[in-house]
Design a protein around this ligand. Structure first.
Ligand SMILES: *Cc1c(COP(=O)(O)O)cnc(C)c1O
Length: 374
């Protein structure tokens, strides 16, 4: 028996829009002397999308996941591949065989990478991470950072110390500012003084650090950024940060289309003794009386945070859902919504990340209105 997947839920990917976003970001970075690593983990390294990063001329392709970088390498894409999650010790052999560059923050891992490089007769570039307050990866003490860099430079012939980098705006929500960049440059210059040469890159961060390039205030020694969300979606900075001078980036490269499986009038407050939901939470509900609601055939298996879906049409509110259902309030929706209808949603990074990895979600690729088959 053959299984033909249903056509929905579907994510439509506009390759032309994505490619234009890549070009806009890369051009601005190149004008500022900044090398761009295009980070593709947000779309699970899907190859038709990765190709737009290549055609849009970013300098390196980056992901946190080796299996994605492996697929990219195997398709023959020539760009240098950068691993943006510091390696697990158990993945060291794969890092060396697949990647050209990796971020690092632990001397033990550097030593393991060095040994593996000697074994495989390869040279791996490393960017040593400094933690400037975001409290994820990276050396906290400046002296330890410099010592590790000197060890790479003098005692690890398999590795090439290519730079120093940082990550901001992730765990600790720290905003990249000119002051933070100057701190990173100071750390890099301490390393340069200790090794007696200039580093190839000072890697100033991710999407959030691009704001400084966009405003023309990024210090000139910051010459490497690793950018994902702003290329894929352009949404965090324009919508959440309310940045108004990035309108050249389009936010609609991806559209989710999902099918309505039930439409009924129901109370807005659950009926009975309120206990616990399917995920062990104890939520509260507002009683808004009887409301018209719709269910979609799509749930937390496909995207962890249903409430982050952004309906394209007015009058639709995402109430929540469970593993396999999304519940919408459509009381204020003007149209006549029926079972079988298709609704469209904009995506944010979080929803895009999950949807592109769900086996239940179909991905289709378009150049303008024209579908392309990859
Ligand atoms: C994911 C990641 C990036 C890309 O982040 P965006 O906010 O999507 O631009 C850059 N650097 C590191 C270390 C990452 O893990």
């Amino acid at each position: 028996m053959n299984y033909t997947p249903a056509p929905y839920p579907l994510v439509e990917c506009r390759l032309d829009i994505l490619r234009d976003n890549v070009k806009h970001i890369t051009n601005r970075c190149h004008d500022a002397g900044v090398t761009v690593a295009g980070v593709v983990k947000g779309v699970n390294g899907k190859l038709p999308l990765v190709r737009q990063f290549v055609e849009g001329d970013c300098d390196q392709i980056a992901s946190s996941r080796l299996e994605q970088l492996y697929d990219i390498k195997m398709t023959g894409i020539q760009k240098p591949l950068l691993l943006v999650r510091i390696p697990m010790p158990c993945e060291v052999p794969n890092v060396v065989s697949i990647c050209d560059i990796t971020l690092v923050s632990e001397v033990a891992t550097m030593e393991a990478l060095n040994e593996e490089c000697l074994k495989q007769n390869k040279k791996l570039k490393v960017i040593v991470m400094a933690d400037l307050g975001d409290l994820r990866e990276g050396f906290w003490e400046r002296d330890e950072l410099v010592d590790a860099c000197v060890r790479i430079e003098t005692k690890m012939p398999g590795l090439e110390l290519a730079g120093v980098g940082t990550n901001l705006g992730c765990y600790g929500s720290i905003q990249p500012t000119v002051e933070k960049m100057d701190e990173l440059i100071a750390a890099a210059e301490a390393v340069e003084a200790a090794i007696g040469r200039q580093l190839e890159w000072i890697s100033g961060g991710a999407t959030s650090s691009f704001v400084l390039v966009n405003d023309g205030v990024s210090p000139s020694r910051i010459n490497h950024l690793r950018i994902g969300e702003n290329i894929l979606l352009g949404r965090d900075l324009q919508v959440d940060w309310k940045i108004t001078n990035m309108q050249y980036l389009r936010m609609d490269a991806f559209t989710l289309k999902a099918q309505v499986i039930e439409v009924k009038n129901k109370p807005s407050h659950p009926v009975g003794k309120i206990f616990m939901d399917a995920f062990g939470n104890f939520p509260t509900y507002v009683d808004r009386g009887i409301r018209r609601r719709a269910l979609l055939g799509l749930g937390k298996l496909d995207l962890a945070n249903i409430e982050k879906l952004i309906p394209r049409e007015e009058g639709i509110e995402v109430l929540g859902g469970s593993s396999d259902h999304t519940i919408l309030d459509i009381e204020d929706y003007e149209g006549d919504l029926k079972v079988g209808d298709i609704l469209e949603f904009d995506l944010c990074y979080n929803t895009l990340l999950f949807l592109t990895s769900s086996r239940s979600v179909i991905l289709r690729y378009f150049e303008g209105e024209q579908e392309v088959f990859e």
